[in-house]
Design a protein around this ligand. Structure first.
Ligand SMILES: [Zn+2]
Length: 311
């Protein structure tokens, strides 16, 4: 059989991955969303209706879903922080009815006509339906945290792994610009697998754009508090998430750029225990404080009071 010297190549099927390809957190996101299966004990299973209890992955205790919701998705037994949606977070942080969302209808477009296992367009469609009230991975707006009006941006990992595409970047940039114009403090709560690879360069550009807007906000001598939640990685960590005047994190959150496996393979070295956890990075000075979710509102109020004093 005659073989050609040149084999046909299908673009995008080989070669190195883009530097900022987020880790496969899509799978992690779906794993988060799925309720852990109830214990295999047959008698217990018969006694308990599905969907009322969640097994804590850390202490293995069964927690009543209602109790978990009331406790802002923090295990009442061991304080494990489960993932929480952006809307729930906002409701827990701002004064009732004080939040005015901005750019609520902004939608991502499939500018590159990107197709992998599934097309970007179909992914967007699926996630918009699945994450019922979300149009993209961030919600932005102005609300009152304690007595302070503040610009608030909250990311949601459930939408495409909290990846940062043009919409996430644009909504945050507009929020930052609004905060600068109105003389408001800024709080961004991040959770992300990184830049959205379906948008290629357009997503990477958001890193520079958000940071440029933050520089103007800083020039106006206004405070920016960055809150890192599990997980905050790659392009988001390498841009707006890591340039807060104050950087705080939820307990045990995974924070980093590349995943630990990639780092281990590259450096061929054993990684220290606790590597890439919020606690590890607090000890080394990258993060200023660890704040449990149930104390977040109170602490943010205190921090803003302190940082806005005299304004
Ligand atoms: Zn627990």
């Amino acid at each position: 059989m005659a073989t050609s010297q040149f084999t046909k190549k299908i673009p995008g099927t080989d070669g190195p991955e883009p530097a900022l390809t987020p880790p496969d957190l899509d799978a992690a996101a779906t794993a988060f969303l799925k309720k852990p299966k109830l214990g295999s004990g047959k008698t217990r299973k018969r006694d308990m209706p599905e969907g009322l209890w969640t097994k804590c992955p850390k202490c293995s205790e069964l927690v009543f879903d209602k109790e978990l919701d009331e406790n802002l998705k923090v295990c009442p037994k061991c304080q494990h922080h489960f993932p929480i949606g952006a809307r729930e977070r906002i409701n827990a942080l701002v004064e009732t009815c004080s939040f005015e969302e901005i750019d609520a209808g902004m939608l991502s477009v499939d500018i590159l006509k990107f197709t992998g296992v599934a097309s970007y367009a179909s992914k967007l469609e699926t996630y918009r339906k699945k994450s019922t009230q979300l149009k993209d991975a961030v919600i932005t707006g102005i609300g009152k945290i304690g007595p302070h009006r503040a610009a608030l941006g909250v990311m949601d990992f459930a939408f495409l792994g909290g990846s940062m595409g043009s919409v996430v970047g644009e909504k945050l940039t507009r929020l930052i610009e609004k905060a600068t114009e109105a003389g408001l403090p800024l709080v961004i709560i991040s959770t992300s697998g990184g830049a959205r690879m379906y948008e290629g360069m357009f997503s990477l550009m958001q890193m520079a754009k958000t940071c440029a807007a933050l520089a103007y906000h800083a020039r106006a001598k206004l405070p920016y508090i960055s809150v890192l939640t599990h997980p905050t990685t790659a392009g988001v960590m390498a841009s707006y998430a890591s340039v807060g005047d104050l950087i705080i994190a939820e307990p045990k959150a995974m924070i980093g750029f590349a995943g630990p496996r990639v780092i281990k393979d590259t450096t061929q070295a054993e990684l220290p225990p606790g590597f890439q956890t919020a606690e590890f990075l607090t000890d080394r000075g990258l993060i200023d404080a660890i704040v449990p979710r149930l104390e977040m509102k109170e602490k943010l109020t205190d921090y803003i009071s302190y940082m806005m004093a005299g304004k």
